[in-house]
Design a protein around this ligand. Structure first.
Ligand code: GCU
Length: 675
C-alpha cells in the first residue's frame, strides 16, 4: 500500500536531485535485524525519491558509511570517538569526513535513528552531504499504548479497527504492523504495549502459550525497528488463567505463579519489555481487593520481571468511579496524588508509575497533575493521549503538540525554579532509573491510519517531542507538513496556521475556563452539559443560577490546591492570581465575576462560543485556499472532517450558550442569537 494517505510523513517524494549521485552506494556494515530494516528503508526511500536502486555494500570507501563505532573506528578521528563515547546507547553522530558521510553510534538502534534523521533532512529538501549532527534522546522511555482489543475494536479508537487484531484473532498479515513500526521508529519511539489497558477475558490469555508464539512474531517485527514490546496484563490472571483462589500479591503461591509466568514469557520473547498495569481503576482488579497497596501489587510483578530486565509500568489512574454526586468532599482530581504520594520510595527500581498529564482525564484544558515530580524516590513517566477522546475524536481538528508543550514546560518548583515536567520525566530532577513519556495511540486500520489525515501530525509530533521536548510546536508542524504535503510556501504557511490555532479553537467552542467535561456520556463526542452532572464519575461543574465552577481551594473547597508546591499552590488557590483558563477548575464563581481579561465569566462564555464557531469557518476557508495543491483523496478526507467539525462546533456553541443563558438569565451584551 503506497497511497499518499497511507504513507503519512514517509512520503519520500522527489525533493531535489542534488544529492542523487551521492546515494548510489551506501555501506551498511552491520547485519542485525535492525540493519536489515535500515537497508530496506534505504532501498524504498531512494527508489521513491531518486528512482535509484542503491548498491548496499560493506565498502568502507563508500560515500555513505553506516556502522557502529567498533566497525568503523578507523574512519573517525579522536575527537569524534570521544563524542560517541559520551553518547547514550541510542544517540548518534552524523558527520562528513573528507567527503564521506558517516552515520555512527554505539548500537544498531542508534544507526536506525541516524538514518531516519538523514531521510528526514532529504525530505525537507536539505543538502545532507555536509551534515554534522550529534543527537541523543532526552527521554529513556518513549512509548505508545495501543488500546486495542482482540475482537478488532479499539477503545477510544477513531480510525477504524485494530491493525493488530481481527475477529478474535491476531491478524495473519502483519505487513501493516511492520509499517507502523517504521513510522514509530522514524520519530524515535522505542516501546509499545499492544493491547488495551482494560484487559478483558480472552486478552488475559495473551501471556499464555495460546498467544505467545504469535505475539513473539509481533515482538520480532517491532524489535527490528528498535521498539520493545510490552503487554497490558490482568492483575487477577492467576485466578483467571489457572484457577488460583486469590491474586493477593503477598501470598506465596501467587508470587510463585507470576515468577513462573514471567519465565515462560521470556522463553518465547527474550527481549520482552514488561507489563503495563491498570489496577484498581474503573473496576479492574488490583491489590485493594486484598487490603494491599499499589507498591505491594507492582513490586510482586517487578520481582518476577527483574531477572530479565523487565519493567512494570503501573498506571496511576486510580480514583473512586462510583462516587455519589451529592458528596461534595470527594474530589476526583485529588485521587492519584492521595493514593500514590504516601508510597514514595516503596517501589522497586524496575517499577515506573505512569501518570496522566492532568488530574482528571485528558480534557482540552486541565492543570498539570501535581503527582508528577512529587515522588522523589519513585520512577515516573507522563501519559498523554494522542487519541482525541475528549478533543474532537479525529473528526474535529486539534493539533495537540501545543498542549503537550504547555505541560512539559510547566514549572513544578518541586526542587526550586526550573524543575519543569520536561526535566522531571527526563530524570534530571530526581535521579530516576527509568522515566519518560507514554501516550495512547491514535491509529487504526483506516487508509490514512488516523481518521482525519491531519491527526497524523499528533502522532508525528508526539514522537518528535519524546525525543526532543525542546522542539517548538511550530517547528514540528512545519516538519510534518513539509514531509507529508510538500514544501509549497502557501501550503506550509496555511497549514501551519490551521494546526497551530486548532487547540484554542476547540477549547473556545467546548467546555469553558478549565471546567472540562460537559460531553455526551460514554461516547464523549459533542455537548451534553449535564450529561455527567448527576453521575458517579466525579466530573461535575456545579452550575446553578448564580454561578459555576469547582471550589478546590484549601479554605473552602476540596483542598486539592495544597497538592501543588509553592508558589503554584498560592497561584491556584488565590482567586485573584488563578489564571483565567483554569479559573473554573479551581474556583466556584458568580457569572458576573470579572476575569483578568476584563470580561465577565458569562460574557466570556458567550464570546468564546460565538468566536469558536466562526474560527472553525475561518479554518475551513483557509483550507479551501490550498485546494489545488493537495491531492484529491486527502483533500476530500480533510474537508469531510471539517464539515463534521463545523456541525459539532455549532451544536456546542448553541447548547452551551443557551444553557448558560437560561441558567443565569443574563443577556449577551452583543445580543446575538441564543435560543
Ligand atoms: C478514560 C477512557 C477509558 C479508559 C480510561 C483509562 O476514562 O474513557 O476508556 O479506559 O480512560 O485511561 O484507563
Amino acid at each position: 500500500q503506497t497511497s499518499t494517505m497511507y504513507n503519512m510523513w514517509l512520503q519520500y517524494k522527489i525533493v531535489n536531485e542534488n544529492n542523487k549521485d551521492f546515494w548510489r552506494e551506501v555501506a551498511v556494515l552491520s547485519n542485525s535485524c535492525i540493519a536489515r530494516s535500515i537497508k530496506e528503508e534505504l532501498r524504498f526511500a531512494l527508489n521513491s525519491m531518486y528512482k535509484i536502486a542503491p548498491d548496499i555494500t560493506t565498502n568502507h570507501q563508500a560515500k555513505i558509511v553506516i556502522g557502529v563505532i567498533k566497525e568503523i573506528s578507523g574512519l573517525l578521528n579522536g575527537k569524534q570517538k570521544e563524542i560517541i563515547a559520551d553518547l547514550p546507547e541510542e544517540g548518534y553522530l552524523i558527520t562528513n569526513n573528507q567527503g564521506q558521510l558517516i552515520l555512527t553510534g554505539k548500537t544498531d538502534k542508534a544507526l536506525l535513528y541516524a538514518v531516519f534523521h538523514v531521510l528526514r533532512e532529504v525530505q525537507l529538501g536539505n543538502d545532507v552531504t555536509s551534515l554534522n549532527v550529534v543527537e541523543g534522546p532526552k527521554n529513556i522511555l518513549r512509548m505508545v499504548n495501543q488500546w486495542d482489543n482482540l475482537d478488532g475494536s479499539v477503545e477510544r479508537g477513531y480510525s477504524g479497527n485494530s491493525i493488530f487484531y481481527e475477529n478474535g484473532e491476531i491478524v495473519k498479515d502483519k505487513s501493516r504492523i511492520r509499517d507502523y513500526a517504521r513510522f514509530l521508529a522514524s520519530v524515535g519511539i522505542n516501546a509499545i504495549s499492544i493491547n488495551n489497558v482494560n484487559v478483558w477475558e480472552e486478552e488475559t490469555y495473551f501471556i499464555t502459550k495460546k498467544y505467545l508464539p504469535e505475539i513473539k512474531e509481533i515482538a520480532d517485527i517491532f524489535k527490528s525497528y528498535g521498539v520493545t514490546l510490552y503487554l497490558s496484563i490482568n492483575f487477577a490472571s492467576p485466578i483467571a488463567i489457572d484457577g488460583l483462589d486469590t491474586a493477593d500479591p503477598l501470598v506465596d503461591k501467587v508470587r510463585k505463579w507470576w515468577k513462573e509466568k514471567v519465565t515462560e514469557i521470556y522463553q518465547y520473547i527474550p527481549y520482552f519489555g514488561g507489563f503495563v498495569v491498570k489496577a484498581d481503576s474503573e473496576h479492574r482488579p488490583g491489590p485493594f481487593t486484598y487490603g494491599r497497596d499499589h507498591a505491594d501489587g507492582s513490586n510482586m510483578l517487578a520481582e518476577a520481571l527483574a531477572p530479565y530486565n523487565g519493567k512494570v509500568i503501573w498506571r496511576c489512574f486510580v480514583y473512586n468511579c462510583v462516587q455519589d454526586w451529592r458528596d461534595r468532599s470527594t474530589d476526583r482530581a485529588r485521587a492519584a496524588y492521595d493514593h500514590f504520594k504516601p508510597l514514595d520510595g516503596k517501589f522497586h527500581e524496575n517499577v515506573i508509575l505512569q501518570i496522566k498529564n492532568g488530574p482528571m482525564d485528558f480534557q482540552v484544558r486541565e492543570p498539570v497533575s501535581p503527582l508528577i515530580g512529587a515522588m522523589e524516590h519513585t520512577n515516573q513517566m507522563v501519559e498523554f493521549q494522542i487519541a482525541q477522546e475528549y478533543t474532537g475524536q479525529q473528526r474535529d481538528l486539534c493539533y495537540l503538540i501545543p498542549q503537550w508543550k504547555h505541560v512539559l514546560k510547566f514549572d513544578t518548583h518541586i526542587k526550586g525554579e526550573g524543575t519543569t515536567i520536561e526535566e522531571i520525566v527526563a530524570g534530571n530532577v530526581h535521579s530516576y532509573k527509568y522515566s519518560g513519556l507514554a501516550a495512547v495511540s491514535n491509529i487504526g486500520n483506516d487508509d490514512n491510519w488516523t481518521g482525519n489525515t491531519l491527526a497524523q501530525a499528533n502522532l508525528y509530533g508526539y514522537g518528535r517531542l519524546t525525543w526532543n521536548p525542546g522542539l517548538a510546536a511550530e517547528t514540528i508542524a512545519k516538519e510534518w507538513i513539509q514531509q507529508t504535503f510538500g514544501k509549497k510556501e502557501s501550503v506550509l504557511k496555511t497549514m501551519e496556521e490551521i494546526l497551530m490555532d486548532s487547540w484554542h479553537i476547540y477549547e473556545n467552542y467546548t467546555a469553558p475556563l478549565g471546567i472540562g467535561w460537559m460531553v455526551t456520556p460514554h461516547s464523549h463526542y459533542g455537548p451534553n452539559i449535564d450529561g455527567y452532572e448527576y453521575s458517579r464519575w466525579g466530573t461535575y461543574h456545579f452550575a446553578d443560577r448564580q454561578g459555576i465552577g469547582v471550589d478546590r481551594t484549601i479554605e473552602t473547597g476540596t483542598g486539592y490546591t495544597a497538592q501543588y508546591e509553592m508558589p503554584n499552590q498560592l497561584l491556584y488557590n488565590n482567586i485573584d492570581t488563578c489564571p483565567d483558563e483554569l479559573l473554573l477548575f479551581f474556583h466556584h464563581v458568580p457569572y458576573k465575576y470579572t476575569l483578568k481579561s476584563g470580561k465577565t465569566v458569562i460574557q466570556h462564555i458567550y464570546d468564546t462560543h460565538f468566536s469558536g464557531y466562526e474560527q472553525v469557518e475561518q479554518l475551513i476557508s483557509k483550507w479551501e485556499t490550498i485546494k489545488e495543491h493537495i491531492d484529491v483523496p486527502r483533500y476530500k478526507n480533510i474537508s469531510e472532517r471539517f464539515s463534521m467539525q463545523k456541525r459539532n462546533a455549532k451544536e456546542w456553541r448553541d447548547q452551551i450558550n443557551t444553557y448558560f443563558y437560561r441558567k443565569s438569565g443574563i443577556e449577551d451584551e452583543k445580543r446575538r442569537t441564543i435560543y
